[in-house]
Design a protein around this ligand. Structure first.
Ligand code: IPE
Ligand code: IPE
Ligand code: MG
Length: 249
């Protein structure tokens, strides 16, 4: 039985989020420049997106560039932006062939003009695709997103459209960049680091976390299957006791 066959399709996470980490170390281990690792990471993105869409995952969110990543050396930031533009340009057709819609979350206004243009074009071209949403987190961080959301809500209160007493968890969720998306049931981080690094901090309150020592450029379809199988063996209690969960099944 292959790993893929071991996946219970009825208990598939609808939304998987991935912190794609370890590109720099992967390249360094091979005596290459960090950018080489980022380039190889694109192959993993392609494989993972294909695998997720094939098995029926509805949303795949990839952490590609954090607000904190702007602090990296300018040459690396420039190379990453160039790679992003190139990749989006090259992959748009494959996305359409696979019925995948491209979306983005994050401070897109902070991206350079060329990058934003390419991204918007690809999002428009793929807008009517239905099989899976591939969401790129670009210049994204959870704290940035929450700050923007609180500002937007405060402005609504100031202009009288929103009563502070009506601010619920649902209202906050609906004003995040991820509005309309389910919360990720599974969050994968590669490279052996066990932290969230400012990723979907509100949305992952009850997400199952999966850490693997694989470096991102080595991540392949089988690794995604393994993470899903691990997730499917867990009991998600959401604060309740085990017996309550079992009686609902
Ligand atoms: C992840 O790999 C890619 C980005 C953060 C853009 P890293 O570049 O963080 O690789 P390591 O963690 O230094 O190995
Ligand atoms: C997290 O990786 C951000 C992305 C994968 C885009 P980092 O490599 O930036 O995270 P830290 O600095 O190790 O926490
Ligand atoms: Mg890293």
């Amino acid at each position: 039985m292959s790993l893929k066959d071991k996946i219970d399709i009825k208990n598939l996470p609808q939304h998987i989020a991935i912190i794609m980490d370890g590109n720099g170390r992967w390249a360094k281990m091979r005596g290459k420049h960090r950018v080489f690792g980022h380039e190889q990471g694109v192959i993993s993105v392609r494989e993972t997106a294909e695998a997720a869409a094939e098995i029926g995952v509805k949303f795949l969110t990839l952490y590609a560039f954090s607000t904190e990543n702007w602090k990296r050396p300018a040459t690396e930031v420039e190379a990453l932006m160039k790679l992003l533009v190139q990749t989006i340009h090259q992959e748009t057709k494959t996305l359409t062939d696979n019925d995948i819609r491209l979306k983005a979350i994050g401070d897109l206004d902070s991206l350079d003009e060329n990058c934003r243009k390419e991204l918007i074009e690809a999002m428009n071209t793929t807008a009517s695709n239905k099989r899976m949403d591939l969401v790129l987190a670009l210049s994204y961080s959870g704290r940035w997103e929450l700050t923007e959301t609180f500002k937007a809500l405060a402005n609504k209160v100031r202009s009288g459209i929103l009563n502070p007493d009506d601010i619920t968890q649902e209202v906050i969720s609906n004003n995040l960049n991820t509005a309309g998306m389910p919360e990720p049931e599974l969050l994968i981080r590669t490279s052996g680091e066990c932290r969230i690094s400012n990723f979907l901090i509100w949305q992952s309150a009850y997400t199952e976390l999966y850490f693997t020592s694989k470096l991102w450029p080595d991540f392949r379809k089988e690794d995604l299957y393994e993470a899903i199988i691990d997730y499917q063996q867990r009991e998600r209690r959401f604060g309740k006791v085990s017996e309550q969960i079992k009686s609902c099944r």
